[in-house]
Design a protein around this ligand. Structure first.
Ligand SMILES: [Fe+2]
Ligand SMILES: [Fe+2]
Length: 297
């Protein structure tokens, strides 16, 4: 039977969060040495892998690229969760204290703060030097969480969560990846699973009665958020650190390659969500193909 947004369902989610908290400080074996051989990312998620330029890198450079990129990914999660928390706080003020929505959102905030601390810890452990988001990322990020209506921001938060969820699944199921990153991804997957479940139900009140234009708008919002995240991952500065001859050329190739790979393998959950509210139509489909390289829609 399909779940609906009911007090009982949300109470159940709150109870799990209260009774089975996953604490990063004990759940993740932070003391495990990094060693010289473990990977930091599944190879197929590294931007340049699969491109002819990948083979011009030494095994050490390939491993380093994985380290720098996973730092970039974790840092971007922490940053976007900081933005989500800004919105959750704003939304909290419109709710009645004691209501299920209010209490769930508090649990989500508590978990998201723990996640940010955990991702920060990964960056530190890997001795990472994340490249901060540029002006437009910061501008749109802050503007949208402060000003957009709640349904649009929840839609944005969910889009990011759906993509990170699939990334997390790949990381936690790859035995070659270092245990710290696998456990971090496992914890995140479990808790985000509840956030995703809740947000989908919450949004149904908007998507269920949305007309053609609103469905198209939601679809484009999801698309914009996926683009927003993807463009935080590949940075020329990282290729400079690897010491390649033409870092800009490498970064361009890597960005293009990642676009192809994500479009093929990493968006299923987000695409299923857009399908669920009939968000693909003659306006949105070409844009999805162009921006995210999604072939089958
Ligand atoms: Fe999170
Ligand atoms: Fe979340």
């Amino acid at each position: 039977m399909k779940a609906t947004f009911s007090e009982a369902t949300v109470e159940r989610l709150i109870r799990i969060s209260v009774e089975k908290p996953l604490m990063p400080e004990t759940y993740v074996p932070w003391e495990e040495p990094l060693g010289d051989t473990a990977r930091f990312m599944p190879e197929h998620l590294i931007s340049l892998q699969g491109h002819p330029l990948w083979d011009t890198l030494s095994p050490l450079q390939q491993r380093e690229l994985g380290r720098h990129e996973v730092v970039q990914v974790m840092y971007s999660y922490a940053w976007s969760e900081g933005l989500a928390c800004l919105f959750f706080n704003r939304h909290l003020l419109s709710l009645e204290p004691g209501s299920v929505e209010y209490r769930f959102l508090l649990r989500e905030l508590i978990e998201e703060f723990r996640h940010q601390e955990m991702f920060g810890q990964v960056v530190k452990k890997l001795d990472g030097k994340p490249v901060a988001p540029g002006f437009w990322h910061r501008f749109w990020g802050k503007w949208s969480v402060r000003n957009m209506p709640a349904d649009c921001v929840f839609m944005s938060v969910l889009s990011v969560e759906l993509m990170t969820d699939l990334y997390g699944k790949y990381i936690r199921h790859d035995d070659k990846v270092h245990i710290i990153l696998r456990k971090v991804s496992e914890l995140h997957n479990i808790e985000e699973g509840r956030h995703i479940f809740y947000t989908k139900l919450w949004l149904e009140r908007f998507t269920a009665r949305a007309g053609f234009l609103r469905r198209s708008w939601y679809s484009l919002l999801v698309l914009a958020n996926l683009y927003f995240m993807r463009t935080l991952y590949v940075k020329p500065q990282i290729f400079e650190r690897l010491g390649v001859k033409d870092p800009k050329l490498y970064a361009r190739a890597a960005a293009q390659n990642l676009k192809q790979k994500l479009g093929k393998d990493c968006l299923e959950e987000a695409l299923d969500f857009v399908r669920s509210f009939h968000g693909f139509n003659w306006i949105t489909r070409p844009l999805w193909r162009w921006v995210m390289n999604v072939k089958e829609l």
